[in-house]
Design a binder for this molecule. Structure first.
Ligand SMILES: [Zn+2]
Length: 45
């Protein structure tokens, strides 16, 4: 469940989805929008 492909757009740790940030990076939508997640790590697309 922690594979790269399955983890690319849906982040399993908090259940939040990755959302595109600034056109270059993906970040956890929950952390970014709701602050309910402490995963603020960004990944490059
Ligand atoms: Zn999260």
């Amino acid at each position: 469940m922690d594979g790269l492909l399955s983890g690319l757009l849906a982040y399993g740790r908090c259940g939040g989805a990755y959302t595109l940030v600034g056109g270059l990076h993906y970040g956890c939508a929950s952390a970014r929008n709701k602050g309910t997640c402490n995963n603020r790590r960004m990944i490059r697309r």
